[in-house]
Ligand binder design. Structure first.
Ligand SMILES: [Zn+2]
Length: 69
């Protein structure tokens, strides 16, 4: 994930050392952490939906078997 300084728009792939822009010394850094967290929570949301759907299917299968027997 790329980081970018908001003051001088200096860009770097990894995190800035000490959270400080090496070009101008600013601590006003954008990117990286926030975007990564968003992607993670979206991934978790997807998996939660899959698990929820599986649980509902299991519930209906068990109910159906109970009705049949
Ligand atoms: Zn900078």
């Amino acid at each position: 994930m790329a980081y970018q300084c908001r003051d001088c728009s200096f860009k770097r792939k990894g995190a800035f050392l000490n959270g400080k822009c090496p070009a101008c010394g600013s601590f006003n850094i954008a990117g990286g952490q926030v975007a990564k967290n968003d992607a993670d929570s979206n991934g978790n949301k997807k998996w939660r939906l899959v698990v929820l759907a599986l649980l509902w299917v299991t519930l209906f299968v068990l109910l159906f078997q109970k009705i049949q027997s």
